[in-house]
Design a binder for this molecule. Structure first.
Ligand SMILES: NC(=O)c1ccc[n+]([C@@H]2O[C@H](COP(=O)([O-])OP(=O)(O)OC[C@H]3O[C@@H](n4cnc5c(N)ncnc54)[C@H](O)[C@@H]3O)[C@@H](O)[C@H]2O)c1
Ligand SMILES: [Zn+2]
Ligand SMILES: [Zn+2]
Length: 361
């Protein structure tokens, strides 16, 4: 059977998001059909719309979602109809060289649904990050469903599906922030503020939030930043050094992903410190650094895909911390909107007015 549902689609580069009827196949082997409850609007959706990720239009946007499994393919055992799930965009294969050596968080062959969702005329859709959850139903690989506690607010925990997990994971998994560390986070949107919260959760004693927007800095303070730096007014490298005894931070996280913010991160870290790039650059961006500085400053320069998370390990843990009041996921949900308000949500994101707008389906 094919399911006809309402969904948010971008047909061509920079076109407005339109509401379309799409066709979602019933699940085949290895697949799950999910009724979407909530889906956050992430900057990566905007990158898709702008053609910065690929040219495979039309895109079915949305990828930070909670839902209820409504049907599974014949061989699927990990989830069953009725399960409350948070969707993830890295369903690990279990067979590639990373998985085989016990590091599935780096899986090089992650799975998505095999069957394609289409427009009514049969045009194949590219689902954002293999999810496509600005839709009443979506089709994913069963491994993209992580079973979660049905009592937790879907709007809040769904954000673990992308931005919040990417940020927290950039701090605790990729950056390996330790108790007593100093951490600076450049760019405090949904991802960056989550990195701030992750650093605080890991026990960092100095957490410096950097942004060009004062509203973002205020929110970062509420989520665990001990200091804030407005980099539209002052040199962030100098400010971070000043706040860390003249040395620089142990871990600096670039949650913007531009050459200038990466350079700030590079020079704002202490000798032997770690830079984590979690913001996604666009294809035309290049970086020039004195190679002697790369060598001489030691430490490590890392990139963080999805916060190097393992959904089966990290989602339930973070949801439990949320339920215990140790991680304020509610603070990330700035507004709840309907599926026809995604363009406005992009405008608000651009204006810095929201951490996350969450679509309720
Ligand atoms: N690596 C991953 O797995 C992953 C996952 C999700 C999102 N992302 C990426 O993370 C980035 C941030 O996403 P988001 O949803 O938080 O976006 P957002 O638009 O909510 O936040 C971006 C923030 O950066 C600030 N900013 C912009 N330019 C700046 C500058 N020059 N200096 C300091 N701050 C600056 C903005 O004011 C804003 O607060 C995006 O590039 C997104 O694609 C990466
Ligand atoms: Zn693998
Ligand atoms: Zn995202």
């Amino acid at each position: 059977m094919v399911n006809k549902v309402k969904a948010a689609v971008v047909r061509s580069k920079n076109a407005d998001v339109t509401l379309e009827t799409i066709l979602v196949p019933d699940p085949g082997p290895g697949e799950a059909l999910v009724d979407i409850l909530t889906c956050g609007v992430c900057h990566t959706d905007l990158h898709y719309k702008q053609g910065a990720i690929s040219d495979d239009f039309p895109f079915l946007l949305g990828h930070e979602a909670t839902g209820v499994v409504s049907a599974v393919g014949p061989d699927v055992t990990e989830v069953a109809p009725g399960d409350r799930v948070v969707l993830n965009w890295r369903a690990v294969c279990g067979e590639c060289r990373a998985c085989r050596r016990g590091q599935p968080q780096y899986c090089f062959n992650t799975h998505n649904a095999t069957q394609k969702m289409t427009l009514e005329d049969g045009t194949e859709l590219t689902a954002a990050l293999g999810i496509g959850a600005f839709a009443e139903k979506t089709l994913v690989a069963a491994g993209q469903c992580t079973k979660v506690d049905p009592d937790a607010d879907p709007a809040a925990i769904g954000l673990l599906g992308c931005g919040v997990m990417a940020g927290i994971g950039a701090a605790i998994n990729t950056g390996n922030v330790q108790r007593g560390d100093s951490v600076a986070v450049i760019g405090c949107g949904g991802v960056g503020v989550a990195a701030v919260a992750g650093a605080a959760l890991a026990g960092a004693t100095t957490v410096i939030a950097v942004d060009i927007d004062a509203k973002k800095l205020q929110r970062a303070k509420e989520l665990g930043a001990t200091h804030t730096v407005d980099s539209s007014a002052v040199d962030p490298v100098e400010a971070i050094r000043e706040l860390t005894g003249g040395f620089g931070a142990d871990v600096v996280i670039d949650a913007v992903g531009r050459p200038e913010t990466y350079k700030q991160a590079f020079y704002a870290r202490d000798l032997a410190g770690t830079v984590v790039l979690v913001g996604v650059p666009s294809p035309e961006m290049t970086l020039e650094l004195p190679l002697l500085d790369v060598f001489g400053r030691g430490g490590s320069l890392k990139s963080s895909w999805y916060g190097d998370c393992l959904p089966s390990r990290d989602f339930p843990t973070l949801i439990s911390l949320y339920q215990q009041g140790k991680l304020d996921l509610d603070a990330f949900v700035t507004e709840r909107i309907t599926i026809d308000q995604i363009e406005e949500a992009f405008d608000k994101m651009h204006a810095g007015a929201v951490l996350r707008s969450v679509v309720e389906l």
